[in-house]
Ligand binder design. Structure first.
Ligand code: SAH
Ligand code: TMP
Length: 389
């Protein structure tokens, strides 16, 4: 596999980085994770391609989280909130606007700079135990440390948790959310598996992990973002009441069979079947009309490379992110073109790579359907959608 966000110029395409993408599950602690991951500097740098604020729905999502953090956990005199992987400031700007003490830790310099321009206090560092110690000395302890779609990106998890333990107030909360293993298995969303996502968490595996650091999960919340995510509320042991939702979710995971090898054998078969179905459908659709794709997501890199989908099956990928436009998609080298290319002359079929943003996209793309365009999806199953999703 290439880097999921490694969009390339024509020149760079001749010398592309590839690595072996492989997932393993630990029979003891039940963590599901990549067997190997590229160097972090290859993935997170000053040309990082993912800007969180491109999605309006995500802006709303993080505004709600900010409101919750502020109303529930910031009642003391001079609260301090920290966010890891704060990206372009999508969440913390809500605190910056209110003059509440905050700090973003964001190693990808270009997105960190966008946040700073918006008045969000940000340091461009990879969070770990050493950085946590420094923040604690400089700013004091945090009421909350939050992280969305970040913790699953960091292979040195124990250092992160030691850092969280040091930086969090005695009654503070570490709140993080990531794509949920239960959803990946149920929806066959194998495209969540790519270089940046080193961990595929469940309540079971996170619970085992935080216990090793004298902490516990006190609440969990299933979220309808990024194709199904779980938000974990973690506290120092015995400092908060544990919500019943934790036990309920653990029972649900046992029903799903998340700790059984057989579940993953079945998952593998489902993924292989999905691949055959998608390629067969795209081949048939190319006989009928023009086929493009919508959203040059990180996930799409897994789909195109795993299924062997190139320009013979997809003409181009439309994407609103300027840094991706005019480049070639990783590995498959499909041109990524600005949204206008799509809307000026609609294709007959659009493969929805940004399926996790389906609601938002369906709301704005009524004209595509009105002109006879059809959406092609592959999660949770391969098919053509005639009406809105
Ligand atoms: N929180 C945002 C961004 C998620 S993308 C959102 O949910 O939309 C993942 C982010 O984590 C990237 O911006 C990346 O630069 C950052 N990141 C990667 N490793 C990190 C680390 N060790 N510490 C803090 N942030 C990290
Ligand atoms: P994500 O799945 O990692 O959030 O990435 C979504 C990608 O899809 C990102 O590159 C922006 C793009 N996108 C569009 O092109 N149009 C849209 O309407 C939305 C919501 C996203």
């Amino acid at each position: 596999m290439p880097l999921a966000n490694g969009f390339l110029t024509e020149h760079q395409a001749n010398n592309e980085y590839f690595f072996e993408l492989e997932v393993g599950a630990c029979p003891n602690c039940h963590m599901v994770q990549l067997v190997r991951q590229p160097e972090r500097e290859l993935m997170f740098h000053d040309e990082y391609a993912f800007f969180s604020s491109t999605s309006k729905r995500q802006q709303e999502h993080f505004k709600k989280l900010a409101t919750k953090i502020q109303s529930r956990y910031c009642s003391d005199e001079d609260p301090f909130v920290v966010e890891l992987g704060s990206n372009d400031g999508i969440m913390l700007k809500n605190f910056a606007q209110k003059g509440i003490r905050h700090l973003g830790v964001e190693p990808s310099e270009n997105v960190a700079k966008a946040a700073i321009r918006d008045g969000v206090n940000t340091i461009s560092e990879f969070f770990d135990e050493t950085v946590a110690q420094r923040i604690a000395e400089q700013y004091g302890l945090a009421n909350t440390i939050s992280a969305a779609n970040v913790i699953c990106h960091i292979p040195y998890l124990h250092s992160v948790l030691k850092g969280v333990k040091k930086l969090l107030k005695a009654d503070g909360l570490f709140i993080f959310e990531d794509p949920y293993l239960g959803d990946i298995v149920q929806k066959i969303s194998y495209d969540q598996i790519y270089d940046e996502h080193v961990f595929y968490f469940s309540v079971e595996s996170v619970s085992n992990l935080v216990q090793m650091h004298g902490m516990e999960i006190v609440d969990v919340e299933h979220l309808d973002v990024h194709g199904g995510s779980m938000r974990y509320y973690i506290a120092h042991k015995d400092r908060h009441e544990v919500s019943q939702s934790v036990g309920r979710q653990l029972s649900h995971e046992h029903l799903l069979g998340l700790t059984h090898q057989q579940t993953y054998n079945q998952f593998r078969q489902n993924v292989e079947q999905s691949k055959v179905q998608l390629v067969t459908l795209l081949q048939a659709l190319n006989q009928k009309g023009r086929v493009a794709a919508y959203g040059a997501t990180s996930k799409s890199t897994t789909v195109t490379n795993y299924c062997g989908i190139g320009t013979s099956l997809i003409e181009y990928i439309s994407d609103t992110t300027p840094i991706k436009q005019g480049k070639l998609s990783p590995g498959a080298h499909i041109p990524v073109l600005p949204y206008e290319h799509f809307s000026n002359e609609y294709p007959d079929f659009a493969l929805l790579f940004a399926w996790n943003h389906a609601k938002e996209i369906m709301q704005k793309e009524t004209e595509f359907l009105a002109q006879g365009g059809k959406w092609v999806i592959y999660v949770p199953s391969v098919g053509i959608v005639n009406d809105s999703l």
